[in-house]
Design a protein around this ligand. Structure first.
Ligand SMILES: NC(=O)c1ccc[n+]([C@@H]2O[C@H](COP(=O)([O-])OP(=O)(O)OC[C@H]3O[C@@H](n4cnc5c(N)ncnc54)[C@H](OP(=O)(O)O)[C@@H]3O)[C@@H](O)[C@H]2O)c1
Length: 273
């Protein structure tokens, strides 16, 4: 299966358009099995975070896979509790140790918080040290990005946000494009809810693809990176089978029209933990 399409970030780093999401599969044999299977199928991009509590299992699976480090793109994220300059540096080293790696491909601020400035300075330091190939943010709205861009010496290369047919956030997407910030979609298949949307069901029949494949492909054709998660090997395989068909412009537009500005996850302006 071809799973190798990528986009080029503003600093020239290649980022695979499809990655494996790993939220809610904690350290266990299960995470090792799922990541091994994903790598075996051809995934070369894994998304994790300190708070997912699965970096050790992912590290083991990568090591056991025998795949060369430079062939795999690994993202992790600074937890809210670790924000701040020294605490971020420490958290980054802990992530590296758990993953058994000596650098990350992408390191993100998980949520906008009051200590973003200090945290961003730490990410810039890690980037300059060559410990991470690209740095970015997650769940940043336009006003968070505007604030960050005032003090950032290095601009964020990625913003990982909740993005799916019910939450398109077109203004935020336009702002990111204007500032050369690559958008990456979390909850791309709406945690399974895409299977219940009549238009997506209709398109699933029309293209002979699953509902998940339709919305993942819709993202790819809009140049948005996707990281669907599944704890089932057959679904991990199915979710990657999205490089052999094309959705028409008209159908892409129909999917866009489903937007309701409706979140599944937390509103970044209402995060208080
Ligand atoms: N930056 C952030 O704040 C943030 C927040 C949330 C998530 N993320 C990242 O984004 C990734 C994806 O988001 P997500 O996990 O929240 O949601 P998602 O990928 O949209 O959906 C995952 C859910 O859909 C089900 N599913 C997956 N493939 C399926 C298929 N082919 N058929 C039927 N059901 C399927 C999974 O069930 P099974 O597992 O039972 O198959 C799981 O319950 C996360 O894993 C994480 O890496 C980031």
């Amino acid at each position: 299966m071809k799973i190798s399409d990528y986009i080029v970030l503003s600093n020239g780093v290649k980022m695979p358009l499809l990655g494996l999401g790993t939220f809610r599969i904690e350290d266990s044999l299960q995470i090792e099995e799922i990541v091994k299977e994903a790598l075996n199928i051809g995934y070369i991009h894994i998304d994790t975070a300190t708070v997912y509590n699965n970096e050790e299992g992912i590290g083991k699976a990568i090591k056991d896979s025998g795949i060369k480090r430079e062939k795999i793109f690994i993202t992790s994220k600074v937890a809210n509790d670790d924000q701040g300059y020294e605490t971020t540096l420490k958290a980054f080293n802990t992530s590296l140790e758990k993953l058994q790696l000596d650098y990350l491909d992408l390191y993100l601020i998980h949520w906008p918080r009051s200590l973003n400035k200090e945290t961003w300075r730490a990410l810039e330091f890690l980037y300059k040290q060559g410990k991470v190939r690209a740095i970015g943010v997650s769940n940043f709205l336009i006003h968070h990005l505007e604030d960050l861009l005032k003090y950032a010496e290095i601009k964020p290369m990625v913003n990982q946000i909740e993005h799916h047919p019910y939450l398109i956030q077109q203004e935020l997407l336009d702002y990111c494009i204007k500032n050369k910030i690559q958008v990456e979609a979390w909850a791309p298949i709406m945690k399974g809810k895409v299977f219940e949307i009549p238009l997506i069901k209709e398109l699933s029949k029309k293209y002979n693809k699953t509902e998940a494949q339709i919305v993942l492909r819709w993202n790819l054709q809009r140049n948005i990176v996707v990281i669907p998660k599944s704890a089932h090997k057959n679904r991990v395989r199915d979710n990657a089978n999205i490089f052999d068909f094309e959705i028409t412009e008209q159908d892409l537009y129909k999917i866009n029209s489903l937007d309701r500005n409706e979140r599944i996850g937390s509103n970044p302006d209402e995060i208080f933990y």
